[in-house]
Structures are given as structure tokens and as C-alpha cells.
Design a protein around this ligand. Structure first.
Ligand code: NAP
Length: 255
């Protein structure tokens, strides 16, 4: 690839892309012509994602990042910009689920969910906003919310509240940065059988059936379903879309 071709290519950073939804989004963006940086919290798990990105002829960059740490967030952005020269798209996918009754959640557990899902997403977005505004370039942010941001579900309150915060953050930043040509959107997937979710309910047939009964399409969401929406939001086809949380839920919230 010539230097000119490299600077013409679009560039993306996807957080939490070791496996699951983030890995699928990283791969689809590489397919769509993006060079992709992914965060390296767990280097061993990332090997697969990096090879899938490269298989599409895209540049793949592994960057250390813990979204709970502001110095780590700032160092990550500097690392990506030093290597790619610019960033066109940020995908805030890193997140943790806490399944616990509200009565039992400790202050530390609450804080960890908020730090990763909400505060991490905000300060990553702030870095991206600063970069795009300083360089006078249009760009886009996609954050991963959840149907739990919209419908009430027992025993996942901290998680659902953090995801509802992401959806409102999406509206706020979209309005604040619209005049700079920055689009800010979110995707709210329904239950997706990623490795981590399979581990939490995969062997529990009663729980599976309970979840399935509420989904009109009678199947769980897949990583590919979510990545398809990310591909759309990252594309010129979505140039007039901002401030939205787009649901990928098999009709769950249409009731
Ligand atoms: P996952 O498999 O658990 O992956 C989460 C990713 O986030 C992992 O790569 C993890 O890194 C990373 N991460 C966790 N803490 C981090 C931190 N402090 N700094 C940087 N990265 C961190 O999740 P998933 O099921 O694919 O879900 C991805 C996103 O979609 C999450 O935001 C989740 O809330 C959301 N979502 C999932 C579902 C679902 O049913 N699966 C439904 C709706 C929304 P490590 O690999 O190193 O742990």
C-alpha cells in the first residue's frame, strides 16, 4: 500500500474487541475499508481479532487501554493518532454486565459498572470530539447501549442505568457537536450470544426459554446482526443520522 493510499483510508478505533460484538464490528469495518485499532486489555484474546482485520487487507493496530483510567484513555488516543495520523470513527463497545439484585449491589460493584460503561464511554468520546474539532474533520462515534436501557428488567439495574446513560449521552453529544459535522449514535442490541453471555445463561434452559419467549423473532441477536448496524452507521448511507439509539432486538421492544 502506498503512503497516499494509506492516508486516504478511513480509520477506526473499536474498544473491547477481543471477542463478541466488538470483534465482529472490528472485522466488518475492516471489510468496509477501515484500518482498525483495537484495545489490548487481554493480548492473548486479541490475536484472533487482529488476524481477521488483516485478512481484509486492512491495517490492524493493538493499543493498550483500560477505559477506567484517564491517563490510559489519553495515551490510547495518542498511540492511535501517532500510528494512523487521524481517526474517523470511534466505537465505544467495551462494557461489563452485572447481574445482581438491586438490594445486594455494593458501592464498588456499582462504581465499576459506571466507570467502564458510562464514564469510559464519555471520556473516550471526549477525546474523539477534541481530535475531530481540533483537526476540523467530520467523523463519527458509535456507542453500544442495550435494550436494558429502554425496558425494565429485574436484577440488572446498574447495567441498565449505565446503558440508559449512554443513550442520553448520544443525544447530548450529537446536539453539541452537530455544527462540527460529528455524528454520534448508539446501537441497542437485544440479548446476544457472545462468549461472555453464553457463559452467564447458556447452560440454563429455563433462563434461555424465559428470554426467548419475549423475542418476536424467536432467536437471540448475533454479533453479525450488531456489526451490520455498525457498518451502516459508519457508512455514508447514514450521513443524516445522528443522536439516535438504533435497536437491533428482533422486535423485543416493539410490543
Ligand atoms: P464481552 O464479550 O464481555 O466483551 C466486552 C469487552 O470489553 C471485552 O473485550 C473486554 O476486554 C472489554 N473490557 C471490559 N472492561 C474493559 C476496560 N476496563 N477497558 C477496556 N476494555 C474493557 O461483551 P459482549 O457481550 O460482546 O458485549 C459488547 C458490548 O455490547 C458491551 O458494551 C455490552 O454491554 C453490550 N451489549 C451486549 C449484549 C449481549 O447480550 N451480549 C446485549 C446488549 C449490549 P477483555 O476481553 O480483556 O475482558
Amino acid at each position: 500500500m502506498s503512503n497516499n493510499e494509506q492516508t486516504q483510508r478511513r480509520t477506526a478505533l473499536v474498544t473491547g474487541a477481543s471477542y463478541g460484538i466488538g470483534a465482529a464490528i472490528a472485522e466488518v469495518l475492516a471489510r468496509d475499508g477501515y484500518d482498525v485499532a483495537v484495545n489490548e486489555l487481554n493480548p492473548e484474546a486479541l490475536v484472533n481479532t487482529l488476524s481477521k482485520i488483516k485478512a481484509h487487507g486492512a491495517r490492524a493496530l493493538a493499543v493498550p487501554l483500560d477505559v477506567r483510567s484517564q491517563p490510559s484513555i489519553e495515551a490510547c488516543m495518542q498511540h492511535v493518532l501517532a500510528n494512523f495520523g487521524k481517526l474517523d470513527l470511534l466505537v465505544n463497545n467495551a462494557g461489563v454486565l452485572l447481574r445482581k439484585p438491586a438490594l445486594d449491589i455494593t458501592r464498588e460493584e456499582w462504581q465499576n459498572v459506571i466507570d467502564i460503561n458510562l464514564t469510559g464511554t464519555f471520556f473516550m468520546s471526549q477525546q474523539m470530539g477534541r481530535h475531530l474539532i481540533a483537526t476540523k474533520r467530520k467523523g463519527s462515534i458509535i456507542s453500544i447501549s442495550s435494550t436494558h436501557a429502554i425496558v425494565g428488567v429485574a436484577a440488572v439495574s446498574a447495567y441498565g442505568i449505565s446503558k440508559a446513560g449512554i443513550s442520553q449521552m448520544t443525544r447530548m453529544l450529537a446536539i453539541e457537536w452537530a455544527s462540527h459535522g460529528i455524528r454520534v449514535n448508539a446501537i441497542a442490541p437485544g440479548t446476544t450470544e457472545t462468549p461472555s453471555r453464553k457463559a452467564s445463561f447458556g447452560n440454563d434452559p429455563v433462563r434461555r426459554q424465559h428470554l426467548m419467549e419475549r423475542i418476536p423473532f424467536k432467536r437471540f441477536c448475533t454479533e453479525v446482526d450488531v456489526a451490520g448496524m455498525a457498518s451502516y452507521l459508519a457508512s455514508p448511507a447514514a450521513d443524516y443520522v445522528t443522536g439516535q439509539t438504533l435497536l437491533v432486538d428482533g422486535g423485543l421492544t416493539a410490543y
